[in-house]
Design a protein around this ligand. Structure first.
Ligand code: NAD
Length: 298
């Protein structure tokens, strides 16, 4: 633990996911400095934990690692390269390793990596799966894209504070591609399970019994097991994953299908269904609230 206090880690984006992930890094003993556009969040985090709070991106200049956990790849690029004063990129020390754990567009990630390396900054993409619950437990699945094996090995102890399963998916951008395609599957599964559930309701089936059957039968998925009872049937709608972020992921996956010439009509339809829900509910609604739109209630 003592050795870790000399390793400086900056964490940008203390949101639903970033907060518990940064908490696990701090608890492991790293010298942590957090930054969020919403300074109330970063200051509250610092007060609660004892970590440092950065007043500006320039305060992250001498970090060994900088982790980004931001809404999308455009925001990551803006924060690192395109702020008006260049606060991060003009001041960052050479050999800093940036780990982008956001869910982002793989082609944008490849381009970002190429630009950062001109400033002697190394980019790794390491998006996550498991949601807020597993972020809190430090048991996320992490998909890692890296061009340099030695630097990846250097980053692994830090990643292990946040995740139990670390997958090396290939070069920079491959983590983000893997993540988008995983979320395409999850989003498709939620639409399918919702349509079945709404049909079950209209037929007069008991919904708890219906999901119990699905969960020990061939329709069983993460959505039926972890989401339908806890968030949909009970109408809690509190997964902590914003509808707008999920629609972003399905959009990224569809762009990827197009980019490689994959004919994926179901994926297009799934994107359309989620977009309909987004148009009604708005970006910040919980993603599970989409079922209310498909039910025709909203
Ligand atoms: P969130 O909206 O709760 O958090 C994002 C944070 O980034 C906010 O605190 C916001 O103030 C901050 N931010 C925005 N713009 C900024 C800027 N320019 N500079 C500094 N800070 C800025 O989102 P989240 O749910 O924590 O998701 C973060 C990322 O993780 C997204 O890419 C999302 O797709 C992905 N993700 C989310 C989940 C989930 O279950 N919530 C699961 C896996 C992956």
């Amino acid at each position: 633990m003592d050795g870790l206090t000399t390793i400086k880690v900056g964490f940008i984006g203390i949101g639903n996911m970033g907060w518990p992930m940064a908490m696990n890094i701090f608890n492991a003993g790293y010298n942590l400095t957090v930054f969020d556009l919403d300074s109330v969040r970063s200051e509250s985090f610092a007060v609660e934990t004892g970590a440092n709070s950065a007043a500006s991106l320039a305060d992250l200049a001498d970090m060994d690692f900088v982790i980004t956990m931001l809404p999308n790849g455009h925001v990551v690029r803006e924060v690192l390269l395109e702020t008006e004063d260049g606060a991060f990129i003009k001041n960052v020390k050479a050999e800093c390793v940036v780990i982008d754990m956001s869910s982002a567009e793989p082609t944008g990630t490849v381009a970002l990596g190429e630009e950062l390396v001109k400033h002697s900054v190394i980019l790794i993409d390491a998006p996550v799966s498991g949601g807020v619950a597993r972020a809190e437990l430090g048991s996320l699945a992490i998909m890692i894209g890296a061009n340099d094996h030695d630097i990846l090995e250097r980053a692994k102890p830090l990643l292990r504070c946040m995740g139990e399963q670390l997958f090396e998916t290939g070069s920079v951008g491959s983590g983000h591609a893997t993540k988008a395609l995983n979320n395409l599957i999850a989003a498709t599964s939620f639409v399918a399970t919702s349509e079945a559930l709404l049909t079950a309701k209209r037929f007069g089936l008991d919904l708890n019994t219906f999901i119990d059957v699905v969960n020990v039968s061939t329709g069983h998925t993460f959505m039926s097991d972890k989401v339908m009872k806890d968030h949909v049937i009970d109408e809690k709608f509190s997964t902590g994953f914003a509808l707008g972020l999920l629609v972003k992921d399905v959009g990224i996956a569809n762009e990827l299908c197009d980019a490689v010439g994959m004919n994926a009509p179901l994926s297009k339809l799934v994107h359309k269904r989620w977009q309909e829900a987004l148009d009604v509910k708005g970006f910040s609604a919980d993603n599970t609230e989409a079922i209310q739109v498909w039910d025709g209630k909203d």
